[in-house]
Unconditional design. Sequence first.
Length: 299
Amino acid sequence: MTVDASIRVRTSDDVAAAVKDAAQHRAPLRIVGRGHWLDAGPPALAATPLALDALSGIVAYTPGDLTLTARAGTTLAEIAAVTAEHGQWLALDPFGTDDGTIGATVATASSGPLAHAFGTPRDAVLGLEVVTGEGTIIRTGGRVVKNVAGFDLTRLFTGSWGTLGVITEVTVRLRARPEGDETWAIAVDDDDALGAVCRAARAAPVAALAVEALDAALVSRRGFGGRPTVGVRLAAAAASGGGPPAGRGPPGGPPPPPPTRGGAAAPGGSGPPAAYRGSHPLCVGAPPTPRPPPAAAKK
């Protein structure tokens, strides 16, 4: 076994055999999913790559129980496509693209802004199948939301970066997908305005799914001018209407003031921070539609 060689496995038994052989030869292995994020985390010693991308597929999915079991090489996009047919989703949004794998997401405990509402992978993972350093296949947790109490090995393996074993199968808790899913991009000028927006998001009648501050450089690349911006992601049932119609203020209230664009004040004064609404991800696609800021919508 050499560092230049790459081992590509298709089953858990393949993984167990590879780990046993590596242990016998005292040869280190580097666990690889899709290979998109190999420069993350602490430096790794030269090791033979153990590729899990072919170890993929949905093993079990019970929409009524809001649980799904998938092999480690299954991409987040595959899981999203299967669960969307039943109005459900895996509420994890790790940084990167959706062709990352569920195994890598759990092994690195990667999460994004949705952790604000739904928690991290340790809160979403119900059970695991793991190949230990001796090549033994073990299972932790279970495939139901309520498990028997005991040592929480599932949380121990989650975020261990493969140092405790190779994750080969993951069971996760799903959520009902909201019928309305909008992201408001609110431009701010300074830290005081940023704090005001965050306080308004926390005090709003509808709890935000995610809140994230974006610096001016990133906002500029997205085509929203050059001002720092706060993205607030909201969810609601379709019956709520998803907010007032485009171009109008809240029901019974005055029309919204002209928005600012690109950091320039609207005619007639600076007014409140500019607020734009768009579908997730953050206002991508069609030009932004002017909307009143959350503070105005509460009046």
